[in-house]
Design a protein around this ligand. Structure first.
Ligand SMILES: Nc1ncnc2c1ncn2[C@@H]1O[C@H](COP(=O)(O)OP(=O)(O)OP(=O)(O)O)[C@@H](O)[C@H]1O
Ligand SMILES: [Mg+2]
Length: 326
């Protein structure tokens, strides 16, 4: 049994021991985590997923917003209704493709296929009905135990892959506020962002959010670095802002690129806002101990998923690529 299978099966056992059995649902409403957890120990370790038992703090859900029943949160720093970000940046899609990132310009590639597999259960859960006390499932955080395991790479690819869907829009948030790298990876200069709206209540989300030449993709940069980052991420302002982000557009998925779990406290605080968490595990590098520790940090958080990243040279597969399943 691989490290991931063991980790996933551990969470699954905990879930079964601790969680109440959910009410039966129809096939397309069935909790994704359940089927994804099955994937974790069977065919698709790349997009493995397992649900953790408890539920994080209360927040409204996009379903409720769709039905008009969700409370509108007057979030300081949240975008004024109807006000659109006027700032736009151009992503260099050719450069992104050369860096091995998902782009619509890249044609049908293995990478595209892999992220299609990874995003499917996340999207299914993001727009499935869920309990009112659970965090909105369209808030998805990408994290890992240690630096360099591929969080930013996976967050950008996941965001691009979802942005290519006709039915969804994506906001990619650089929440690695101490060492932001989304803009740098995309070849864009640093800009004001998340930290600035949490620090300055006169700033509006629309002042710092960036629209891109991929119509369905927007970016919220990390913004100005501050030693108060953890406290700001834990603030009621942040809470109101993520609730607003989650509920403003019913078709929107928000992907948070995050710091490593074992080195910073920011990641755990961020995780407490999320409806789904993706933990990136670097093949042949992340130790079993690190994975277990990372998962322990997430104990009690719902919907923890695993991505097995940077796998190579599977015997019997002619093409070699950096990110695959099997
Ligand atoms: N599947 C992959 N295939 C090829 N290169 C990859 C893959 N995943 C990550 N990389 C490369 O590995 C390096 C580290 O990735 P990335 O910056 O995404 O890691 P990170 O976990 O975000 O690091 P940090 O903790 O420093 O933010 C980058 O150069 C990235 O392009
Ligand atoms: Mg990163």
């Amino acid at each position: 049994m691989s490290i991931i299978e063991k980790a996933a099966s551990r969470i699954d056992q905990q879930r079964q021991a601790a969680a109440p059995v959910p009410a039966a649902k129809s096939a397309d409403q069935a909790p994704v985590a359940d089927s994804a957890a099955a994937d974790a120990v069977t065919a698709q370790p790349v997009a493995a997923a397992a649900a953790a038992p408890a539920s994080p703090p209360p927040a409204a859900h996009p379903q409720a917003a769709r039905g008009g029943a969700a409370p509108r949160v007057a979030a300081p720093g949240a975008a004024t209704p109807g006000r659109q970000s006027t700032r736009k940046v151009d992503l260099d899609l050719g450069r992104m493709r050369d860096l091995g990132l998902v782009t619509a310009a890249g044609g049908r590639t293995n990478l595209l296929e892999e992220f299609r597999i990874i995003k499917r259960p996340l999207l299914k859960r993001a727009f499935a009905e869920h309990k009112p006390h659970e965090n909105p499932s369209n808030l998805i955080m990408v994290t890992s135990s240690l630096p360099g395991e591929g969080k930013t790479y996976c967050a950008i690819n996941l965001a691009m892959s979802i942005a290519m869907e006709l039915d969804h829009t994506v906001l990619l948030v650089d929440a690695d506020v101490a060492r932001p790298s989304v803009l740098r990876t995309l070849g864009l200069p640093a800009q004001r962002g998340l930290m600035d709206i949490l620090l300055d209540d006169k700033l509006d989300l629309s002042d710092v959010m960036l629209r891109t030449n991929v119509d369905t993709l927007s970016i919220l940069p990390a913004g100005t670095s501050t030693p108060r980052a953890t406290e700001l991420l834990a603030s009621s302002t942040m809470n109101a802002m993520v609730t607003e982000l989650a509920n403003r557009y019913p078709d929107r998925v928000i992907i948070f690129d995050s710091p490593p779990l074992l080195l910073t406290s920011e990641s755990r605080v961020l995780a407490s806002h999320m409806g789904q968490i993706v933990v990136v595990v670097e093949a042949q590098t992340t130790t079993q101990h690190a994975v277990q520790e990372a998962l322990r940090q997430l104990d009690g958080m719902g919907n923890v998923n695993l991505i097995y990243n940077k796998t190579r040279d599977i015997p019997g597969i002619e093409e070699t690529y950096d990110y695959h399943y099997g």
